[in-house]
Design a protein. Structure first.
Length: 197
């Protein structure tokens, strides 16, 4: 069994889809979620984790003097939980270099677009879908990739497309992409565990 930690900041619907796959889907018997970390005390993800009986902790940047001690606290929690794999699932802060180095090749992120398009600094949440609408693209999608020090640049593990219609609002695209995210994140975790990347 691989020991998985999930880092979140918001709703946690991706974390929920991973938990559902662990409970009764493709990750059953392969993975155990040992820890959820949120940087945001108000994240609904924390409540979801507790409902699933997963250890959930909040580590807020403002409780620390600097980035180094903040990242140190995250790394300590990950190590204490003997984490094998880290999944960023709507984690809205830049992850510290020391954490990336410690989990290189074992840290995944999900992005709501077809990287390398619509990635990079400032491309998160609704900004991504707004940019897709503006660009006139007929396709968008979701990407699960390994985390590297530069935003959204790591090797792609799974990418899946959705159609974009001329009448779509950013919210329409967001809904369609999120449904795909919920399917591909567990698939990507399975691929990594099975060494099929
Ligand atoms: C997702 O769209 C994900 O791609 C992005 O943040 C959103 C998180 O949603 N990185 P949720 O918290 O998993 O519901």
């Amino acid at each position: 069994m691989k020991r998985l930690a999930v880092l979140v900041s918001g709703s946690g619907s991706n974390m929920q889809s991973i938990a559902d796959s662990v409970n009764r889907g493709i990750l059953k018997g392969l993975v155990e979620i040992v820890l959820v970390i949120s940087n945001n005390p108000g994240a609904y993800a924390l409540e979801r984790a507790r409902n699933e009986n997963i250890k959930a902790v909040c580590i807020e940047r403002k409780s620390f003097e600097d980035e180094i001690s903040f990242n140190g606290a995250i790394l300590r929690e990950l190590r204490n939980a003997e984490t094998d794999i880290v999944c960023l699932a709507g984690y809205m802060r830049m992850i510290g270099r020391e954490i990336i180095r410690a989990y290189r090749g074992r840290m995944l992120n999900i992005h709501p677009a077809l990287l390398p398009k619509f990635g990079g600094k400032g491309m998160y949440g609704r900004h991504v879908h707004e940019a897709v609408v503006k660009s006139g693209e007929t396709k968008s999608g979701a990407t699960v990739h390994f985390v590297e020090e530069e935003y959204d640049t790591g090797k792609i593990i799974i990418q899946r497309e959705v159609e974009v219609f001329a009448s779509d609002t950013p919210q329409d695209i967001s809904k369609r992409v999120l449904a795909v995210e919920h399917r591909i994140y567990p698939e990507a975790i399975k691929k990594v565990i099975e060494g099929k990347v």
